[in-house]
Design a protein around this ligand. Sequence first.
Ligand code: FNR
Length: 322
Amino acid sequence: MNPVHRDFFDGGAGEERTLRDNEAAFRRRRIIPRVLRGTGPRDLRTTVLGTDLSMPLLIAPTAFHLLAHPAGEAGTAQAARSAGVAMVVSMAATQPIEQIADTGAALWFQLYPQPDLDFQARLLERVTKAGVEGIVVTVDSPVLGTRTRDLRNGFTDLPPGLACRNMDGRDIAMDDRLGWPHIDRLRRATDLPLVLKGILHPADAALAVTHGADAVIVSNHGGRQLDGAIATLDALPAVLDAVGGRVPVLIDGGIRTGTDILVALALGATATLVGRPVVDGLARAGAPGVRETLETLRAQLDHALALAGAQRPAELSPDLIA
Ligand code: FNR
């Protein structure tokens, strides 16, 4: 990959403290396994907001897949489909949602709240017609994070020929005046499950539920927005407390192995999302590369469940984690 584009995918905001801490938070945990549980073959299946998953993993929304590989977002979706997981399609996808949906993958669509309500309504209508099963609203981006590597590399624009194909020739707007009324309008505008992504503070998790969110994703945007923000795994317990089981709580950031998934689930997450490892798989080998990433994570999770003494993700509990 062009090293400038590699830096775009790998990099974080500021000094990349949060980027590093997401992974470090998982490495700080240890598993206290149970023994002699006679689990037999494991069953990793789960359902999140009506979407069936072969394992508790979704592909996190990431921008610009055509920069990573000519297969683009459709290649990623093809792998999601064959692995039986869902893909959250980024608003900054470089292929049209219809082409991505043609793969037959289970899709959710990620939206940055747009101040132009007419455009936002048209986009919602378009992705709904394409068959997406959920809307993920990213709420951690009133302004763009300071992407140190991109600034150093002068990476500001997509190369000629590439564009955000679902934006009708517009740029994605980030608007620092948007607040909860915008979420209320979105809630009224769609019957699809509405998921708020980028929640870290427990008070915001509680507000998300009262404003009609069907799920929240504990996320700091993979350390690309507020550098110094808390690692997602460290934020998870307080968010779970605030939500109190009313809606599913998902998490992303720093998940690199099946044991990381086990730790997140044991602490109470319903499912996990994975960003950079999927892009890496795509860059390496297109759809088969993404498939390999997903199957590696599945095999690791299955193995970790066996060794920790659980047959199903739902059997995991916080007492397994130190
Ligand atoms: C992202 N992320 C992101 N999030 C979002 O809501 N819309 C987007 O368009 C993007 N784009 C994007 C591009 C790249 C290159 C990365 C690495 C990330 C954030 C993403 O959904 C997710 O929160 C993190 O990637 C999760 O962290 P890991 O798994 O990459 O550590």
